[in-house]
Design a protein around this ligand. Structure first.
Ligand code: ASP
Length: 324
């Protein structure tokens, strides 16, 4: 029988609803630890609780620590399952996807309803994640997110609803597999992806800014004063910004601070189509780095990792050209 390690990090999947107040809070004892009896027919299970954090409190430093923890354990297991809060689950999944080789499956899951709420998806998602972790086809697919009977890639998945259990979607390309009562069915294979091994610290300061109608130079100047190591901007449409931002952006670039542009649209990629002031062509000619389909939070994770390797603009540009 295959061996799976379940690593708990916190989130709603580790919480219980207070029957008096209705609020959802961390439990004294993890409600899903010790359910291995229910998983006995699927795999031999070991469990570790490394954090009990609501996921808004998870930082890139935790993500790196988790990667190091998994690297130290996985020789002993056929697959790894991580339980995580859903709010930042996609950032942790993508971080691990960039730094970890997934010859053995690494699956992340969570829950939208805590274990004692009516219609809880906590135990159900955990079982589906373990079933995916022992599936042959889950190997070498990158880090996978299993929620609500679907298998998503870390690169594409995003939380789309604040409360619906069908919250995790891959708006660009859809899920790559389904979990049914009988099987875990993969219908796509992921492309080979770049792997950034040897990241041993996350030390840089990268901000994420969303463009808005009427945006001008002030917010960019304020960020510039904070001396960031990098900036990610969720631009408009195909990758455009109001013209009033351009001179402040130019000054950031002159200080050799990389600026990465993604779109605030949730589908499509940024490209240098428009030649007007603030249009994508002008931004690209100025040296702003274009991504290919990442969300803002994920582009920020990638830039944090890229900056541990290099400050050189052309190399950072390559990071963002290389797959997602
Ligand atoms: N706020 C919770 C968290 O991310 C939501 C969840 O886990 O679903 O920790």
């Amino acid at each position: 029988m295959k061996k799976v390690l379940i690593i708990h990090t916190g989130g709603t999947i580790s919480m219980l609803q207070d029957e008096q107040t209705g609020s959802v809070l961390p439990a004294n004892v993890h409600p899903l630890s010790g359910v291995s009896d229910l998983l006995i027919d699927i795999a031999e299970i070991d469990e570790e609780i490394i954090y009990s954090l609501p996921s808004p409190q998870i930082t890139p430093a935790h993500m790196l620590e988790l990667a190091v923890f998994i690297a130290g354990k996985r020789a002993d297991y056929d697959g790894i399952v991580i339980t995580h809060g859903t709010d930042t689950l996609e950032e942790t999944a993508y971080f691990l996807d960039l730094v970890m080789d997934t010859e053995k499956p690494i699956i992340i899951t969570g829950a939208m309803r805590s274990s004692n709420e009516i219609g809880s998806d906590a135990l159900y998602n955990l079982i589906a994640a373990v079933r995916t972790a022992v599936s042959e086809n889950a190997a070498n697919q990158g880090v996978l997110v299993v929620m609500n009977d679907e298998v998503h890639t870390a690169a594409n998945v995003t939380k789309t609803s604040t409360s619906n259990i069908a919250t995790f979607q891959s708006p660009q390309f859809g899920p790559i597999g389904l979990v049914t009562s009988d099987m875990v069915l993969f219908h796509h294979k992921t492309l080979p992806r770049p792997l950034y091994k040897n990241v041993n610290k996350i030390s840089k300061k990268v901000y994420l800014l969303k463009a808005f109608a009427g945006m001008d130079q002030e917010v960019i100047q304020a960020i510039h004063l904070l001396k960031p190591d990098g900036l990610v901007i969720e631009g408009m449409g195909q990758g455009n910004l109001p013209k009033q931002t351009v001179s402040a952006l130019q000054k950031v670039i002159e200080d050799e601070i990389p600026i990465v542009l993604v779109s605030r649209c949730y589908q499509g990629i940024v490209q240098p189509t428009y030649g007007y002031d603030g249009g994508g062509k002008q931004l690209k000619d100025m040296g702003i780095i274009f991504t290919n389909g990442l969300t803002g939070p994920k582009a920020r994770i990638k830039l944090l990792i890229a900056l541990e390797y290099t400050k050189q603009h052309s190399l950072i540009d390559d990071f963002f050209k290389n797959g997602v």
